[in-house]
Design a protein around this ligand. Sequence first.
Ligand code: FES
Length: 142
Amino acid sequence: MREGETRVKEQFTVCSADQLREMEPVSIEHRGIPYCLIKTGEDLHAFVAVCSHKDLPMFPPHCRKGRLICPHHKVTFDAQTGAIARTHGKSVPNGLIPVLIEVRDGMVLLEARARHRKMLSRKQRRKVEKRSRKLAKKEENA
Ligand code: FES
């Protein structure tokens, strides 16, 4: 397996379940793929944060009134199901792709799939990695 490749299925740790706040999406980058984790009530939901309008990363997405908002052209998705909520007249073929979640010993794990990598171009994955590093640096300095 080459560096940067994802196995067919691969679990990775995101954070402690206690850290999650209601309706505050957490953006995660794993091998260049953006994921979004959100807590609604007692439930956790996770999606591949790629908007099918223009196949662009939603990194980070915003959340308002129970909807995840794509930062590019403001298409919204239901935060619980990932279904398209409002398109603002844009052509959006699919909702957000759900990701399996497991909570083990209080830690939240997501299941990356090899097919998630195919949702973004190499160039876009590099941009996501770069943006992720910038956000991490910003958090360190805060
Ligand atoms: S890429 Fe998401 S709304 Fe256009």
